[in-house]
Structure formats: C-alpha cells, structure tokens
Ligand binder design. Structure first.
Ligand SMILES: [Mg+2]
Length: 380
C-alpha cells in the first residue's frame, strides 16, 4: 500500500467559544468558525483521518512530499522524517501538525486492520477515570467568575460522577489576574464544597515568580490537593527543580515546553517534576507520546496525559505504567460538553456515571464522522 495524496477538507460550523486577547477560550456569542479534516489517501482506497489540521501551505509543500509514495504503515520512518523537516520549518511545521499527520496514519492502520488503535499499540485497559478540567476563570456572571462559582461547578461535576476536578484559574486579561491569593481562595472554596474525598488539582497562571509558586504549592498542601501544573515558565528547568525540592505536593510537567520526549528526559534527569506530562499535541502525535510513556516507565516516573481527544485516550488505554486520569474538557457551566461536535455523530470520550471514559471500539481512532454535515457545510 502506498500513500498517494494528503488533502485538507474545510467546513463551516457555528461556534459558541470566543478567545480573549491572550488566546484563552471562554463561552461567548455564536459566530461562524472553520473546522478541518486531514485525509491520508492510499492507492488501495483506504483512508485515514484526523481533525484539526491547520497550515495548508506547509502540508502541501513540506508534509505531502515527505509522505507521498511511501508505505503508510512505516509510521516511525515518516514521523522521523517530519521531525527532521521541522528544523528548517520551525515556524510552520508545529508539533501539533506533525501529531495530526501521525494520528491520521494510526487511524488509517486501524481502519485497514479493523482494530481500534489502542489494540494496535498493545492494549492495557478500555476505560480510564476522568477528571473534570475547567476552562480558565472569567468575568461572566455565574460562569467561573468567583471562588464560589468554582465551588458550585465542582459540586455539579461531582454529581455528574467525576472522581477528580482541576481548576484553571484566572489569567490576564481578566481583571485582577493573576493573583496567587485569589487562586488559593478558589481552591479553598472548591475543597470546602466537595469535601475530602474528591481529588483536586490546580493549573494556574503560568508566569508566577518562584516565591508565588512556592506560596501556591504550600497552600495547596494544606488543602490536600493532588498536583499543581505549570505555575512558572517551563523554560526555566532550574526554577522547577527549586520548587519541586521544596514541596510535598506533586508537581506535574513539562506540558508546553517544546522538545518532545527529549525535554521530558531532561526534566526526569534533573528532578524538575514528580510526574511527567505530555499529550499528542505537545510532543507530535501518538508515536512520540508512546515513547514518552515508555521513557517515564523506565525511570519509574509517572506520566499524566495532557488534554483530551481520541489520540490521547487511545494512548492512555495502551500505557502499562498508566497515566492515572483522562483530562475531560475543557468544561464550563455554560457549555454542554456531552453534546457531540456537529461533525461527529457521537462524543469521542463518553463518560459513565462512575466517572470512567470508555475508548471507542470502532476501527482506527474511533471517530463516528458525520459525513453529511462535512459535505453539506464544505467551505469555498
Ligand atoms: Mg496544563
């Protein structure tokens, strides 16, 4: 089997999410938006898909020539080839895009072999406990605008069945943010509302000073929080070594630091966190995320998977040294997360009443694609 083409289909949809001036998503007025679907085509008619491909130019001029004519099952070769291409195309060939291509190749393999991807990877389980992961704080009345609002939302998530809850607190441009004291107030309100038996985590503003991050960590220890993520710029590994040494609270990272599994290795060697971190969008797909999982396993360091979606869920179901939770969200009181995106017939991460997300048993990555919607709303 040979790859004969890569195409990107764009389609229109109505979005109720808006981005603030710093790029954080919040609920807002409905507006037109564009979705995209990458397709890998083969000479035998088999296809693989992945949503969310940006960068048409780089796909046409850099990715396509690297893949066309090759065997689509040579995923390692193709991933290494794209990784090398990134050096001269750093501004356009992102890890996220490399990950999209890698996931489309895994999806194709699953469809051809009639197996879900997590079984091709070597299955370990078929369901994962989820944590409710909130959007960033906002100033929307009854949204996520006060510590009390977080507390109320955490209670609603507990009633829905989530065993764990993670706050993303306020960041600029929201008035008054950042404020470590206000973050602690929200964390305290949530703990008091849900009681001691719910697992809680915090992901705050990412550019606090060492002293502010240490203050946050010490306060979270008093509130029996499970972990904290990325309170400082992750490029300063020394700052994370300094912080991790002083906290009993588990530090999780790196998440946004570039460098795929290489960066995770450096953090492990330096002792810059207690639990490592990575997602398909951070490290460049399923292929390097499995390497990262095995790297962590080999060092006896746990790895929590960053972000939701089909690719991350299949990796979680194939990790023998398992990530503990699936990150479900981002959630907000105004958003109905249980409703599938209009281009899908079903959610990729359905959660039962016990808080377990079940991986799809469909071949490939398990998207139940609404082709009628995609064709009917084709852009241009
Ligand atoms: Mg995070």
């Amino acid at each position: 089997m040979k790859i004969v083409d890569l195409t990107v289909r764009q389609f229109n949809y109505k979005s109720q999410m808006v981005r603030d001036s710093e790029g954080h998503a919040h609920p807002g007025p409905e507006h037109d938006a564009t979705g995209s679907l990458l397709t890998v085509h083969t000479d035998e008619g088999a296809e693989g898909y992945c949503f969310g491909a940006g960068g048409h130019d780089v796909i046409q001029h850099v990715v396509r020539p690297a893949l066309v004519g090759e065997d689509p099952f040579y995923r390692e070769l193709l991933w290494q080839r794209l990784r090398e291409r990134q050096r001269l195309h750093l501004g356009t060939l992102s890890d996220r895009l490399v990950g999209t291509v890698d996931m489309a190749l895994w999806d194709l393999a699953g469809r051809v072999h009639n197996q879900p991807v997590y079984k091709l990877l070597g299955a370990f389980r078929d369901k994962v406990p989820a944590y409710a992961s909130t959007m960033c704080g906002d100033d929307l009345p009854n949204g996520l605008d006060t510590p009390e609002a977080y507390a109320e939302f955490a209670l609603a998530c507990k009633r829905r069945g989530y065993p764990a809850f993670k706050l993303h607190t306020w960041q600029p441009p929201i008035a008054g943010a950042p404020s470590a004291k206000r973050d602690v107030a929200a964390c305290r309100a949530v703990r008091e509302a849900v009681g001691e038996d719910m697992v809680l985590m915090l992901d705050p503003f990412h550019y606090y000073s060492r002293e502010e991050a240490l203050y946050l960590g010490k306060e979270l220890e008093k509130l029996n929080y499970y972990w904290m993520e990325e309170p400082m710029d992750e490029h300063s590994i020394s700052s994370y070594v300094w912080l991790t040494e002083q906290l009993a609270l588990s530090m999780v990272g790196p998440e946004t630091a570039e460098g795929k599994m290489y960066t995770r290795a450096e953090w492990i060697v330096r002792g810059a966190s207690d639990i490592s971190r990575g997602g398909v969008g951070d490290v460049g797909g399923i292929t390097p995320l499995m390497k990262t999982a095995h790297l962590c396993e080999s060092h006896g360091v746990r790895m929590e998977v960053h972000g939701g979606g089909a690719g991350n869920l299949h990796v979680l179901c194939a990790m023998g040294f398992p990530g503990e939770y699936y990150e479900r969200g981002l959630l907000h009181p105004f958003v109905d997360y249980e409703r599938p995106e209009p281009w899908l017939n079903a959610c990729v991460d359905p959660m039962d009443d016990q808080g377990y997300v079940h991986v799809s048993q469909l071949p490939g990555l398990g998207w139940d694609i609404n082709w009628e919607y995609i064709e009917g709303n084709a852009k241009g």
